[in-house]
Design a protein around this ligand. Structure first.
Ligand code: NAD
Length: 454
């Protein structure tokens, strides 16, 4: 084990030291999870459902405590942190309904009957990033458990505190020991070992496209099942016929929320040329009004970036002489602060912030000419996660939604992630889908059994 200092990003101060698992400790966790699997899969569906509901109730009872932990560990504004803990609770409740509905098919066949079973996979590894520690953990954990798998959650090095507490609450709720294990560890050591280990049957990974690509190769030798939720460079397309006031008032939150550290951030705003200047006029006061500050204050909308290293990375996208149209405010002093920033480069393609995922509060605004031009620009990226379309013309909204290559689009809204609906990316934004009614398909194997009439 090595120790890792967990830092409060709003102050830069060390708040706790957490031991990181070695490869051998990861192997031991996999063995424990494998031993716990037969008993967990054998728990009757109604009892598994009850345990998941109790787990959700434990999260609810500790919602403020979990939110406060995330305020300190990730610098998330307290209102947002409460929503995140609530999302974990709700996702557990949603998938608590699944064990009792996990039915198969019966298919008449010559000479007999086929029946199908949705069998759990075994040990599932859930590798979580630092940007939304509780929700992302829940999107893998809840359906995996509901399907009868045992789960090892590997939180990001920077944000292990809520995951560790959630692991304790799982035990409190009565889940058997080792049905859920939380294993803080370094990505290239513990995370990689989960992907390499022959005893792990599935990896759910949310994080960067670079690491996701590596993990895809690491999973190949064992033909390990894999879900990838990766990066994004999502467009916010504003047509001239849109409700411009609403489009401009909401655009800052679609990219600056969570300090832009959101895979669904609408970090490219495409505005039809006829209303481009007017849109920028409306956007400026909205950006300046974003409340960036102490995440413990109820009125704060945006907190700090996660780390000093990430602040340096984000700052590099806005060097001296960058084409800044306007900026919001951010505290100075300790902590990892960066103000909401709007760029309007003359040649967007020449600017890294236009095509790379910044994962910070930086947005680029460009004009487009017509519908075809908007779709062409929107799709001119290797990513395809989310996007928004603003127009009053429903036909245009539909045509544009069908043409944009992305997994999650919203019309006259920026909603991306709702646990009732499937979530995931096209192209290099990912592989597979999470959430929604079909999530258990990603955590089960279909077994077909033929029963002869003879
Ligand atoms: P990251 O890829 O560096 O790390 C993510 C997780 O993978 C962490 O737990 C880390 O420890 C682990 N990891 C790192 N190297 C590893 C390796 N070699 N083998 C196994 N595991 C390894 O990403 P990050 O910086 O924590 O998160 C930011 C990225 O996550 C962004 O690109 C963002 O777009 C993406 N993201 C995507 C979604 C989505 O749903 N599509 C959601 C949130 C974040």
């Amino acid at each position: 084990m090595t120790d890792f200092e967990v830092i409060d990003p709003a102050t830069g101060e060390v708040i706790e030291t957490v031991a990181l698992a070695s490869a051998a400790e990861t192997d031991a966790a996999v063995e424990r999870a494998a031993r716990a699997f037969p008993a967990w899969r054998a728990v009757a569906p109604g009892d598994r459902a009850r345990l998941l509901r109790r787990f959700a109730e434990r999260i609810d009872a500790h919602l403020d405590e979990l939110a406060a932990l995330e305020v300190r560990n990730a610098g998330h504004p307290v209102g947002q942190a409460r929503w995140e803990a609530g999302n974990l609770r709700d996702v557990l409740h949603y998938y608590a309904a699944a064990p009792e509905r996990l039915t198969g098919l019966q298919i008449p066949a010559p000479g007999g009957l086929n029946v199908t079973f949705a069998e759990p996979l075994g040990v599932v590894g859930v590798i979580v990033p630092w940007n939304f520690p509780m929700p992302v953990m829940g999107w893998g954990l809840a359906p995996a458990l509901a399907a009868g798998n045992t789960v090892i959650v590997k939180p990001a090095e920077l944000t292990p505190l809520t995951a560790l507490r959630v692991g304790e609450l799982a035990l409190d709720a009565g889940l058997p020991p080792d049905a859920v294990q939380v294993l803080p560890g370094a990505g290239p050591i513990a995370g990689r070992r989960l992907a390499d280990h022959p005893g792990v049957r599935k990896i759910v990974f949310t994080g960067s496209t670079r690491v996701g690509t590596e993990l895809m190769a690491a999973c190949a030798p064992t033909v390990k099942r894999l879900t990838l939720e990766l990066g994004g460079k999502s467009p916010n397309i504003v047509f001239a016929d849109a409700d411009l006031e609403r489009a401009a008032a909401t655009a800052p939150y679609a990219v600056f929320e969570n300090a832009g550290q959101d895979c669904c951030a609408r970090s490219r705003i495409l505005v039809q040329r006829a209303v481009y200047d007017r849109f920028l006029e409306l956007l400026e006061p909205a950006v300046r009004a974003v409340a960036v500050g102490d995440p413990a204050d109820e009125g704060t909308e945006v907190g700090p970036l996660i780390s000093a290293a990430h602040l340096a990375r984000v700052s590099a996208f806005v060097p001296d002489g960058a084409p800044i149209a306007f900026q919001g405010t951010a505290p100075s002093g300790p902590g990892f602060w960066f103000p909401p920033t709007v760029l309007t480069p003359d040649v967007p393609q020449a600017h890294p912030a236009w095509h790379e995922e910044v994962f910070g509060p930086v947005v680029t605004v460009v004009p487009f000419d017509d519908d075809a031009d908007a779709v062409r620009i929107a799709n001119d990226t290797p990513y395809g996660l989310s996007g928004s379309i603003w127009t009053r013309d429903i036909g245009r909204a539909l045509r544009t939604a069908r043409a944009v290559e992305a997994g999650n689009l919203s019309v006259n809204s920026h909603a991306s992630v709702r646990y009732w609906t499937p979530f995931g990316g096209f192209k290099r934004s990912g592989l597979g889908r999470e959430l929604g009614p079909d999530a258990l398909d990603a955590f089960t194997e279909t077994k077909n059994v033929f029963i002869s009439e003879e």
